[in-house]
Design a protein around this ligand. Structure first.
Ligand code: SAM
Length: 219
């Protein structure tokens, strides 16, 4: 566990968590599209890495009532809010570092049908390691969905500069090589990748899909 990073996240979110969902509603774009695209198997397992207040997992619960839901976060402050918000919704939460956790120890699951990471990689220093370990935790036919800040490649330079300066105040760094890293992981494991640019590159959305057992044996 990166204790210093966890402490930093707790300091950022200690007070923010009370207004987080209201204030992020309009600028963490693409989260609901990601949830709509998840389509886990009926009673499949879904893990959110860096789940924050539980806002996304609650939406997943509404949309996929039979799925088994899990969320982890390094911030105990965020998890307090997530647990409060999720009372009676049958969502398992745990404190863990996304870069270093054992899913069996944490949740009693060795793999997941869906894993998603929403606006967390841009806050995690070892984000490449997080992607690599998440890809390994996918069940056959499983999918890793990611949404995060893009490079604002088609937006005016002034907007990009202002956004970057503002995000830096919250220790957020858009990952310029996100697409390459996910594509590299897919090449290594015979998985497929979909990439989408949202709102001129304000955000990027990626899906890495692991082959099913049948697809692997036919290849
Ligand atoms: C911007 S919030 C996003 C929350 C939620 N996914 C959403 O879309 O609203 C980023 C979250 O990632 C968590 N986080 C940051 N570094 C982490 C790490 N190394 N391991 C697990 N969670 C981490 C933070 O504590 C925070 O809750």
């Amino acid at each position: 566990m990166d204790v210093r990073h966890g402490d930093l996240m707790d300091r950022i979110y200690r007070h923010q968590r009370h207004i987080y969902d209201l204030t992020r509603k309009y600028y963490l774009l693409g989260r609901d599209e990601l949830i709509a695209a998840l389509t886990p198997p009926g009673q499949g397992s879904v893990l959110e890495i860096g789940c924050g207040t539980g806002r996304n997992l609650l939406a997943v619960r509404r949309r996929y009532p039979k799925a088994h839901l899990y969320g982890l976060d390094i911030s105990e402050e965020m998890l307090v809010t997530a647990r409060q918000n999720s009372l009676g919704r049958n969502i398992a939460y745990a404190k863990a570092d996304a870069a270093d956790f054992d899913p069996m120890e944490l949740f009693g699951e060795a793999s997941f049908d869906r894993i998603f990471i929403s606006y967390a990689l841009s806050m995690i220093p070892s984000w490449q390691a997080v992607l690599a370990s998440a890809a390994k935790m996918l069940a056959p036919g499983g999918e890793l969905h990611v949404v995060d800040f893009g490079q604002q490649e088609k937006l005016p330079r002034a907007f990009r500069t202002a956004l970057r300066a503002w995000l830096a105040k919250f220790h957020v760094t858009p990952r310029a090589h996100l697409r390459e890293v996910v594509e590299q992981l897919a090449r290594q494991s015979g998985a497929k990748v979909e990439f989408a640019v949202l709102r001129g590159g304000y955000a990027w959305r990626l899906v890495l899909r692991r082959a099913t057992i049948e697809e692997r044996s036919a290849a």
